[in-house]
Design a protein around this ligand. Structure first.
Ligand code: MG
Length: 405
């Protein structure tokens, strides 16, 4: 089955009081849009993603999302300009959806915590019934109010709050889009599908699949996206001998001696590599890049760090920050620090602002102080988004969805 998803990020979202549309706000580990794109991009059943953004922001957004691609986004990705209304935006995106798509999902970028299980439920129901949306039953009693007075109490059992994703067989969404093009206004694609005469089925939504609308939502989303933090330390020391290049943090520094080692002996890279591997619980540099393996003989340690960063990312972690202290009696490394930060940040795929390198001497004390060795310490903070075990446990989902008495 070929499944496409349209991610609607075309709104201006000024309610949060930001000059930036809300879906472009960073919630930690990327914007809401990036989180949403990753949720679908990492789902094995999604073949194609079409993102629709405010007119004129397509190229900037495409650049950001392509950077995500570099870190493992698999499906085909397209970015298109939105229109004045949501339905116009979705119609623009639908025009770019592959003709071979069997099911097309529509998702709001402002719901960045959509789970793989909810995506699965929506795909299955859309394929089976033609149209399906995620929705949660109202937990609260619902009142119809007129001029400040309750006009009616509505049976809660029949009240469902619509979420996204909303899923459609391709021809059903085509009919819904055509109805929207003909002048009918609707707040979502399900309403257009209903208007076009289709029955829209409901699948269990997810209380965690919130739409970020208010400042409070944004604060909560940032706390949630920060997820769990893990810290790791690294330490490395190499003897200094004559006739070897001195390479620290990927930068060659003029010196009559350099570190002795199987690799290039770059202590900053080795300590950083151990710090990120340690934080992720992935062992250490000796385990991952054994010096008995000829592949790592005279290896560029920046490449080892890049490979370790890839392993850490594959395990679901992102580098929050890295702090490295290099201990070396001479020469002074001050002028090389900017270059080291650039090389280390490049290997980790992070902004230089979150990478720090500091230089120390050992005040003439012990082997490092006598210039016989170079050492480095590193501390790395990794973050991992909260996974969503709630969806793995149907019992807890059922209790969450049960109306409160
Ligand atoms: Mg080493």
């Amino acid at each position: 089955m070929f499944v496409s998803v349209i991610i609607a990020a075309g709104g201006s979202g000024r309610r949060l009081g930001s000059p930036v549309p809300k879906q472009m706000l960073d919630i930690g580990g990327g914007t809401m849009l990036e989180h949403s794109v990753r949720a679908f991009g990492s789902h094995p059943r999604i073949s194609e993603i079409v993102v629709v953004v405010p007119a004129g922001q397509g190229s900037e957004t495409a650049g950001v999302l392509r950077a995500n691609r570099a870190t493992g986004l698999r499906p085909a990705l397209d970015v298109v300009d939105g229109g004045p209304r949501r339905q116009d935006s979705v119609a623009n995106a639908f025009a770019r959806v592959s003709g071979t798509a069997d099911v097309v999902l529509v998702h709001d970028a402002a719901r960045p915590f959509v789970t793989a299980a909810l995506i699965d439920r929506t795909i299955d129901a859309a394929a089976a019934h033609g149209a399906a949306i995620a929705a949660v039953q109202s937990r609260d009693t619902v009142k119809r109010v007129e001029r400040g007075v309750i006009a009616a109490t509505i049976a809660r059992e029949s009240i469902y709050l619509a979420q996204t994703p909303q899923g459609f067989r391709r021809e059903v969404l085509a009919a819904a889009v055509a109805l929207g093009r003909s002048g009918v206004d609707a707040t979502d694609e399900a309403a257009l599908a209903e208007g076009a005469g289709y029955q829209v089925h409901v699948v269990d939504g997810d209380a965690g699949n919130v739409k970020i609308t208010t400042e409070e939502d944004l604060v909560a989303a940032r706390a949630r996206a920060a997820g769990t933090a893990r810290v790791g330390t690294g330490y490395d020391l190499h003897r200094l001998v004559e006739g070897r290049p001195l390479i620290i943090g990927g930068v060659v520094i003029a010196s009559d001696r350099g570190p002795l080692g199987h690799s290039d002996g770059d202590v900053a890279c080795h300590a950083a590599t151990d710090a990120i591997l340690g934080a992720a619980g992935l062992g250490d540099i000796g385990l991952r890049f054994p010096d008995t393996d000829p592949r790592w003989k005279d290896a560029d340690s920046v490449a080892l760090l890049r490979e370790a960063a890839r392993m850490v990312a594959a395990a679901g972690y992102r580098v929050g920050n890295l702090d490295v202290t290099v201990v070396l009696e001479r020469p002074k490394i001050k002028d090389a620090i900017a270059g080291m930060r650039e090389r280390l940040a490049g290997a980790l795929g992070v902004d230089q602002a979150v990478v720090s390198v500091k230089g120390k001497t050992n005040e003439g004390v012990d082997a490092v102080g006598r210039g016989e060795a170079i050492a480095a310490h590193a501390v790395a903070l990794l973050t991992a988004p909260h996974t969503a075990p709630r969806d793995a446990d149907p019992a807890s989902r059922a209790s969450r969805l049960a109306p409160q008495q």
